[in-house]
Design a binder for this molecule. Sequence first.
Ligand code: ASP
Length: 357
Amino acid sequence: MKNFVYVLCLFVIFTSCKNEEELKALSNNRETVIDSSEIKTNEFAIVIHGGAGTILRENMSAEAEEAYTLKLEEAIRVGYEILKSGGSSLDAVEKTINVLEDSPLFNAGKGAVFTNAETNELDASIMDGKTLNAGSSAGTRTVKNPINLARVVMENSPHVMLAGHGADIFAQEQGLEIVDSTYFYTVDRLKSLEHVKDYEAKKKGNNKTAFYDSTIKNSKYGTVGCAALDKNGNLAAGTSTGGMTNKRWGRVGDAPIIGAGTYANNNTCAVSSTGWGEFFIRAMVAYDISALMDYKGMSLEAAAKEVIQKKVPDLGGDGGIIAVDKNGNMVMEFNTSGMYRATMNDKGELLIGIYND
Ligand code: ASP
């Protein structure tokens, strides 16, 4: 019996040592496989998009490619400098988007697409990840930079969303730059409208089908958006667009819808969307990515893939997002053949992309 107890003790000591070793090995192992989303990748970071869609290398001239690349770089550098000097992510987002809104290359501000009535109706939104405050405007016609209006709605009004004529009046009262509606006119966008109208006429006026037709859907690239993390750990995101060519009946897309087109939360990430708005609203794309991180503990990359590569296409929609998480990890996920996009990290490294390669 004595011998048996002795052997038993030795066995226990041996197995517990083994367990300790195993545990040690396991914990060492854990260090190496730790989820990268938990590591601070960048002290500050900025990511932008200039719209997703059927953007193919073979359809792009060298001049156009250069023009887009230069404008994306100019815009992101504005935000980068703000973040580098300790400025807020909200300022970086707003000022970066202003550069894109002022360029006729993009479907936002100058260069916005035309409605069926040959007007331009602009949508925008912005969100502060620190406070979860948000502001947005829909269907404005005279505000030069709709993202600035979204910001003053957030900061200077008791509301989150203003629409139509009232939003234009509020912008004027806030001292924002007001322009004549002809400011938004560009020849290329008018041609797109004519093309879409001709196409629709040939389809014998089935409005609903025509609006969802890919030829029509693809004649509206260039929604713009930005997401940023600042040195204080604050996240922000914003989106600005003219919507979809030939829209009518006061159609509003996802861009000004908080949770669909834009979302930011310091606990998770900041997201800006671009794509087929009707589907992005139904899939609550930007908030869904944040929620997957929040409730399921997913990394930003995995959450973005889940929503953009599964949820949205399963519904029948397409598009993409750009996002940055609280640790400075950035993603640019899209299920179309291209998305104008760029990132800059805290080391000043710049990445610009257009096509899906
Ligand atoms: N999401 C925008 C809208 O549906 C369009 C786009 O991003 O291309 O209004």
